[in-house]
Structure formats: structure tokens, C-alpha cells
Design a protein around this ligand. Structure first.
Ligand SMILES: [Fe+2]
Ligand SMILES: [Fe+2]
Length: 195
């Protein structure tokens, strides 16, 4: 999975790729699960999810351009791959191993290995944390790449009472088709493609 991730990342021709990979290694990105209990809650789940989102995003991008050719200039392949592979790097260090109680086939409670979250390392949010991390590492993101990563969770990680956040999200959606491509690929991967 790590080799596949790096192979895809190389297609973005990003400067300082070695630094990105070594930072991801340091944070535990390649061993982390994709979630505590939902999709790919297994070691290596996060990198597997990122690759799955990348492949889905490439397909969706190509379908969208076939339908509407003038989208091509707004959807460079390098940007599609970059935002898909790196949208969830905010999760790299948040999972800790623990145990939870589940009933076995005999109906008896027993402890099984599980993950829990700990946001204390860098409590900076979700999409915005991924953007900030990349900028800290010297990655030069375009405005569309920033918007796509920042808002990839759609309205799921904003307080619904925040009209300002909702206004920002809606404005980003209107001007940034890359955002819709990433949101769709993320949903398809996590809800349908991944077990
Ligand atoms: Fe996410
Ligand atoms: Fe994701």
C-alpha cells in the first residue's frame, strides 16, 4: 500500500516529496486505521482509503470532463491526485490502540482490540489541519487544492448553527469543482467501496 501511495504521489511531481513521505512516516500515517469503528478500522486503513479515494477521484474527474469538456482546465490530474491522497493526513496521529467490550457468539462480553481517538497532538480540526500541515511542510497548494481539502467533509464537520461556515462552504462549492470531485470520491470510497 505504501509503495502504491508513493507511486501515485510521484505523479503529482510535487517538490519535496521525500519530506512529505518522511513526515507521514513520523506521524504514523502508513500504520493508522481510516476510522475507529466504521470504514477500514484496521492497521494501514488510512493509506488504503487514500488510495481508494484517489482512484475514485480520477474516474469521476474523467467522467465529469467527458460530460463537460470545459471542466478540464479546473481539474488538473495532478491536483486531483494530490488532494485525494493527502486530504485525510490530519488523521495520521489521532488513533490510539485500546480495547472495547463486545458480546461473543455465546453472548458473553469480552474485550477485543479497538481504536480510540486522541486529538491532543495538534488540535486543529480536520480538513483545515490537513491544509495547514501541508503548508508547514512547504507544499505549494493552489487555491482550489486548499478549498478541496479544507471542505472535503462537506457539512459534516461544521456546526450547523454557523452561517459563516456554511456560507464559506457554499461559496467554495460554487467556485471549485475539484471540491465536489473529492467529496464524491471520499463518500463513494468510505460508504461503498471499502468494507
Ligand atoms: Fe476526512
Ligand atoms: Fe477521507
Amino acid at each position: 500500500m505504501k509503495t502504491e501511495f508513493i507511486r501515485l504521489l510521484q505523479q503529482t511531481e510535487l517538490e519535496g516529496m521525500e519530506k512529505i513521505v518522511s513526515n507521514l512516516e513520523r506521524l504514523g500515517f502508513f500504520e493508522a486505521p481510516a476510522s475507529t469503528r466504521f470504514h477500514l478500522s484496521i492497521p494501514g486503513g488510512l493509506v488504503q482509503h487514500s488510495i481508494s479515494v484517489c482512484k475514485a477521484a480520477i474516474n469521476i474527474r474523467n467522467i465529469a470532463i467527458a460530460e463537460k469538456p470545459d471542466l478540464e482546465s479546473k481539474l488538473p490530474m495532478k491536483s486531483v491526485i494530490l488532494v485525494a491522497l493527502l486530504h485525510d493526513i490530519c488523521k495520521a496521529e489521532i488513533y490510539k490502540t485500546s480495547f472495547r467490550n463486545v458480546k461473543n457468539e455465546q453472548g458473553i462480553w469480552e474485550k477485543v482490540p479497538a481504536y480510540e481517538t486522541d486529538y491532543s497532538h495538534f488540535p486543529m480540526g480536520h480538513g483545515e489541519k490537513s491544509v495547514i500541515r501541508l503548508m508547514q511542510w512547504g507544499v505549494k497548494l493552489t487555491k482550489d487544492e486548499m478549498l478541496a481539502i479544507r471542505w472535503h467533509m462537506n457539512a459534516w464537520d461544521i456546526p450547523f448553527q454557523s452561517y459563516e461556515a456554511l456560507g464559506n462552504l457554499n461559496a467554495a462549492k460554487e467556485q471549485c469543482p475539484l471540491l465536489t470531485i473529492l467529496q464524491t470520491a471520499d463518500m463513494l470510497s468510505s460508504m461503498i467501496y471499502e468494507d
